[in-house]
Structures are given as C-alpha cells and as structure tokens.
Design a protein around this ligand. Structure first.
Ligand code: CA
Length: 458
C-alpha cells in the first residue's frame, strides 16, 4: 500500500504530463525491473503550475516526508508495536491501575488508623495519673538474706512468710528491685529459643536477601525448594517463577542457593499451561500450581516434565474474587508443611473468610476443610506450619506482624503478634519450608528468606 501511495505522490511531484483520464500502467523500466505507474488528471488545472510552493504542494511535501520517515523506520528494522505488544501494554496498564486502587485503599486504612491513634493519644493525655501502688514494708524488706526471695511472698501477706536468717551482708532492698526490673524490661534481641519438632511460631528473623530479579517480570514471583524432593532433583535445588505477565509458563531451576545468587539457571522448563499468580509450591518431585483463569489445580511432575494430575478446587474463588490485600490474583495459595499439602483460599459461602483445605498430593482431592474467621482480603499473605495457618498483616509496612493463627487440630483461631519485616515494601509471596525451617518470600524484585523459631505461643 505504501509503495503505491509513494509512487502516486512521486508522479505528482515530478510533474508527470496530465492525461485525459486516470490510468494505471505496468511495464519494465530501462534496467528490466517491473515498474507500476498511476496517472490522474487535475480536476481544475489545464497545465501544471510552477513548481513553486503552492499550499497544495507544501501539504504533499509534508505528507511525503511522513511517508518517507515511516518507510525508513520499516526498512531500518525499527519495531512498530504489534498487537501482542499492545496487549502486553494494556495488561501492564490494567495492573498499574489495580495497584493504584489497592494503594488508595491502603492509604484510607492507614489514615483511619492514624486518626484512631491520635484519638487514643488524646485520651491518654486527658486521663488523670493514678498513683503507683503502695509497697508494703515489713521486716524482711529491710534486709536481703538467703532463702526464698521476699518477692515470692504471697500478695497481701504484709507480714511476709519468709524466715529471716542471719544475714552476713546487709544491702538496701531497692538494689534487688532494680535488678529485677532491669531483667524484665531488657529487650531480647536474639528472640526465644527454638524447640525441636513442631510448635507455634514465636519468632521470625530479619530477612536475608539472596537475589534481585533482573527484569520487570520479577517484580513479584514465587521461589521454592522441595522439602521432600525426588530424583533427579534434591532438596537443595531452588525453583523460581517470575510471575508478572499474562502467560507465565517458565520455571527456572538452580542447583542450590549459591547458583541462584549467581543468577544462571541450570534448568529451564516450559510449563504446558500458564500459571496464575504467586501461590505455587513444590512437593514430592512435583510443582503444584493454579492454572491461569481457573480454579483448576495442576500437578506438574518434574521427572516426566508433564501434567500428572488436575482437579478443580471446589467452590474456590479465582482471578480476583478473593485475593490477599495486595491483589495480584492471589486467590488460591498452595502451601506445604510438616502435615503435607494445603490450599488457602475462599469461597462465596465463606463470604471471603479464609478457607483451608488439606489435599491429597497425588490426586489433588480434598481430604479435609476448615473455615476460619479472618477475611482473606484483610491480610497480605498466609502460610502453614505444623498444621497451623498464619497470616501476615501488611505487605508494605516495613515493621508489620504475623497477626493471626488458626489451628486445624482444634479448629480454633486467635489473634497473635509476631513481628515481621517487609524490607522492600512489596511482599507478594510468603511460604514456609520445613526442611530449612525458614519462610521464603518475594519482596519487590528481591528473593529473601527468614529464619523462624517454634515454641509455645503465650
Ligand atoms: Ca503463601
């Protein structure tokens, strides 16, 4: 089309002799190449005006310039956005708009929290100070002796029930009180001790950064190590999916954490069906993931490199129906702990509350289901440890908390507060690895991990 248009305009510019009517001619030129000519009369002029600068000529020249520029761009190999790129740009735009809406919602929530806190501060300011409780004074308070500490006396026993023994060294009582207060109020920077085996999550370390993603495709994603790996891979093998894009199908494998840090995958697999979001997990030699735009769960066998099982997760919301607070189509989150494979999601019947189902890892059948009382949209992410669900309050706040625990053994949930840090302020995935006893997370391009300690929740 451009070729014909250029020829047409060229013939006008070159002052081709007017013909009595429009004609089209094809013939070889002097060099023997096929040449097309198209000629047409001027509607009003018997002969061509001078080649000066009539407005019509100027217009033609400028249009010619535009056409030449376009031809040069095409001939020079400069890419003109095709449909798929425009579609990609549209996806990116939609994603940005979605994130913008989420940020606005976060801002509103934070504004409300700030107002509440200001109100509380005002109330505290106006509250009259209460005098400190009076400490009863008795004979035992005047001296410090061996035997049971006077602090162990029963409340209200003003006489004290400890026996005063001969005391070789008198010391004022306040020294002991000071020592006790210091011991209680000193922050425990190392956190509580870890127990062996199962327990409640009581402490999470600072995040350790392992790698930053190279492209926009890695702004969010999922990374995993199989806690029950099978041949030909072991539990040191690291797997990674960059989750930005509408057709996410690449699964990268690294021999170990060092290889991941260096950035060169030793294995790249192309999944037969696209992945939805960041809820995938790795278990017993298979990648488990949600198929894009569906509630279908897939088991991709790493040995045969093919889909080994597929099953719909009954009634599960998908593609933005019940995501975590950051959105990103995080409707179905798969997790592995000491008790096996789990799905964390919600249903219309549960009205957006988190539902947990334990799955058969071979067939993906649901073995048991629990309905919690915490709304999925109010939390940033969730994971399972020892049959207990834990949720994270915020994906952006640098110092947030793990704020809720639900025990599938007792079917009871409760609010908790274990400090958790979002160092890069956009945490899109958090999962537990039982072998390495760590939380794995993907925070704003960064692949990070946290040590955890288990014990007994107060
Ligand atoms: Ca998770």
């Amino acid at each position: 089309m451009w070729f014909l248009a250029i020829l047409c305009v060229s013939s006008l510019l070159m002052g081709t002799q007017a013909q009595s009517s429009a004609s089209f001619h094809r013939g070889n030129d002097r060099s023997g190449r096929c040449q097309y000519s198209f000629t047409v009369d001027s509607p009003s002029e018997a002969s061509c005006p001078s080649m000066g600068s009539s407005p019509e000529m100027e217009s033609l020249k400028s249009r010619m310039g535009i056409l030449e520029a376009l031809v040069n761009r095409l001939a020079g190999g400069e890419a003109v956005p095709d449909f798929s790129e425009r579609s990609g740009l549209q996806d990116a735009y939609n994603q940005a708009m979605q994130e913008n809406a989420l940020l606005k919602r976060d801002k509103q929530r934070l504004d409300t929290q700030v107002q509440d806190l200001q109100k509380q501060v005002e109330e505290l300011r106006n509250k009259p100070c209460t005098p400190p409780p009076r400490v009863p004074v008795n004979n035992n308070m005047r001296r410090l002796g061996p035997g049971p500490s006077p602090l162990a006396s029963r409340p209200g026993n003003t006489q004290g029930d400890t026996v005063s023994l001969p005391d070789p060294g008198w010391r004022p009582r306040y020294q002991e009180l000071t020592a006790v207060v210091t011991e209680v109020s000193a922050p425990n920077l190392e956190g509580p001790a870890d127990i062996k085996g199962c327990g409640d999550l009581v402490w999470v370390s600072e995040p350790e950064t392992h790698r930053k993603a190279d492209t926009i495709a890695g702004k969010y994603g999922v990374w995993m190590q199989d806690p029950a790996a099978k041949e030909p891979y072991d539990s040191e093998m690291v797997w990674r999916i960059d989750a930005v894009g509408s057709e996410v199908r690449q699964l990268f494998g690294y021999e170990n954490m060092d290889q991941l840090a260096r950035g060169f995958p030793t294995k790249v697999l192309l999944l037969p069906e696209a992945v939805e979001s960041t809820g995938a997990t790795m278990y017993e030699g298979s990648l488990y993931y949600q198929r894009r735009l569906s509630r279908t769960l897939l088991r991709y066998d790493l040995h045969s490199e093919s889909i080994a099982a597929r099953r719909d997760l009954p009634h599960a919301g998908f593609h933005g129906q019940f995501p975590y607070s950051w959105g990103g189509y995080t409707d179905i989150d798969l997790a592995v702990d000491e008790n096996g494979l789990w799905a964390i999601y919600s249903t219309s019947k549960a009205k957006g509350a988190i539902v947990i189902s334990q799955l058969d890892p071979h067939t993906l059948e649901v073995k048991g289901t629990w309905e919690t009382k915490i709304r999925k949209s109010t939390v940033a992410n969730a994971f399972m440890i020892c049959g207990k669900l834990y949720t994270i309050a915020s994906y952006t706040t640098p110092n947030t908390t793990i704020n809720y625990m639900y025990d599938t053994a007792t079917s009871e949930g409760k609010a908790i507060s274990v400090p958790f840090k979002n160092r890069y302020r956009y945490n899109s995935m958090v999962d537990y690895n039982r072998v390495h006893r760590k939380l794995y997370a993907w925070d704003n391009y960064y692949i990070v991990s946290y040590n955890v300690r288990l014990g007994k929740q107060e």
